[in-house]
Design a protein around this ligand. Structure first.
Ligand SMILES: NC(=O)C1=CN([C@@H]2O[C@H](COP(=O)(O)OP(=O)(O)OC[C@H]3O[C@@H](n4cnc5c(N)ncnc54)[C@H](OP(=O)(O)O)[C@@H]3O)[C@@H](O)[C@H]2O)C=CC1
Ligand SMILES: N[C@@H](CC=O)C(=O)O
Length: 390
């Protein structure tokens, strides 16, 4: 019988995602050990409230309210708490002990990625974030590794499951935004504060990460134009439908001659385009690259059941190797944040309508560019964009 060295995994958070990751780490420990070349032991799970109801039946003795103690005794720390400050501090603490870290926290990475990656590099630890963008879809490695030799030209992504679910319910069932959001929250799709979903901040954080990887640069979150779905009305959805379009919240990242553009806004997608058929809380990332041509990555974008797979997949690989009984080899951490300046924003808007609240609401074709708000923000190229084609 093969004996593996055991790696201790600390889980920070047992909410929608964390409880499923914990359940899978426990249920599939042997399988993961043989794949990773190291035993995987769930050392403990840090939570705020020991008595809070959990989606999965987790051994009570694994729960703790002391993440610091847990981190000290672990080889791999999986951060699934969400939020910024506590998560940032605990990840830095974990990296400081030399532990590898896995996180699904896109908001944190978009805001503090350079600091965290620098901290990882300093100690030769790894910081994995496969589950931070597009739920269950493997998109980080394809962009960072598989397409490293190609030139990505544009990414069109449906990267927020909650808003896609809401828009889809509005489009197909005529549901109102609030009703659809309530269901999305109940199903575990939404963030702890769902404003991040419906105002587009979650998608903007993901856009910053995707654009940074695709264009080998740093894309600060502040430079991503962000407009959510709160101003999208049932009337707009209906008229789009009549005209052969579907309204989708898109993250659009482009390499322009004069710089990188990243923006998030509701867009009119032609009904025949593959992105129009992305229903429910599914996500899709449509990548256009010079050599590879058009690629589409599709799958579950949010919810308790699917995204966790990518957390335990990365945690098992984090220090994994093929040699039983030995600590796996550690490669240098990847650095998607190497700095290169991004450029300033660009104008152009296609059509304008009034929102329920009377506020100006902009529904654009994904081929058109950013709104009034982004024109004053340095974000993309100053040059007017060439018209985009589907
Ligand atoms: N939901 C989804 O579909 C997806 C979410 N993500 C990301 O995964 C992360 C987790 O999301 P989700 O599971 O939905 O979040 P939840 O809000 O459901 O769960 C958060 C968990 O973290 C714990 N927690 C929060 N703050 C602390 C703290 N300071 N110390 C200890 N424990 C703490 C909570 O404890 P307690 O239970 O005691 O309150 C809870 O168990 C987020 O970064 C999110 O953006 C990524 C992909 C998909
Ligand atoms: N709230 C997010 C969860 C996954 O990242 C979403 O709806 O996509």
């Amino acid at each position: 019988m093969i004996e593996y060295r055991t790696l201790r995994v600390a889980l920070l958070g047992a909410g929608s995602v964390g409880s499923q990751v914990a359940a899978q780490l426990i249920a599939r420990a042997d399988e993961l050990a043989s794949r990773a070349g190291a035993g995987i032991e769930l050392a403990g799970i840090a939570v705020r409230d020991l008595d809070a109801p959990r989606d999965a039946d987790l051994p009570r003795e694994l729960l703790t309210t002391d993440p610091h103690e847990l981190i000290l005794s672990s080889d791999i720390v999986v951060e699934l708490m969400g939020g910024i400050e506590s998560a940032r501090t605990l990840i830095l603490e974990a990296l400081g002990t030399g532990a590898d870290v896995v996180t699904a926290n896109k908001a944190l990475l978009a805001a503090h990625g350079p600091e965290l990656f620098a901290a990882a590099e300093q100690v030769g630890a790894q910081l994995h974030y496969e589950a931070a963008v597009a739920g269950a879809i493997p998109i980080i490695r394809p962009l960072r590794d598989s397409l490293a030799g190609d030139r990505v030209q544009r990414i069109l992504g449906i990267v927020n499951g909650t808003t896609n679910y809401i828009l889809d319910e509005m489009h197909t069932k005529g549901l109102g935004l609030e009703d659809a959001l309530a269901v999305a929250t109940e199903l575990g799709y939404a963030e702890a504060d769902p404003t991040a979903d419906i105002e587009g901040h979650d998608a903007a954080a993901k856009a910053a990460i995707l654009a940074g990887l695709a264009f080998h640069t740093t894309v600060p979150l502040e430079s991503v134009h962000c407009e959510g779905i709160t101003a999208v009305t049932a009337e707009q959805i209906e008229s789009a439908k009549q005209a052969g379009y579907v309204v989708k919240l898109l993250a659009i990242c482009e390499q322009l001659d004069s710089g990188v553009s990243a923006r998030v806004h509701p867009a009119l997608v032609p009904a025949a385009h593959p992105l129009a058929s992305v229903h429910g809380a599914n996500n899709a990332v449509f990548v256009q690259a010079e050599a590879a041509g058009d690629l589409m990555f599709y799958g579950a974008g949010a919810g308790a059941s699917r995204p966790p797979a990518r957390c335990w997949a990365t945690s098992s690989r984090s220090r994994g190797g093929t040699s039983p009984a030995g600590r796996a080899s550690r490669s240098r951490p990847a650095r998607p944040w190497a700095s290169r300046p991004s450029a300033a924003s660009r104008p152009a808007t296609r059509s304008r309508s009034r929102s329920r609240t009377g506020r100006a609401c902009w529904l654009r074709s994904p081929g058109s560019s950013t709104s009034r708000a982004s024109r004053s923000r340095p974000c993309c190229s100053r040059a007017p964009p060439a018209p985009l084609r589907w």
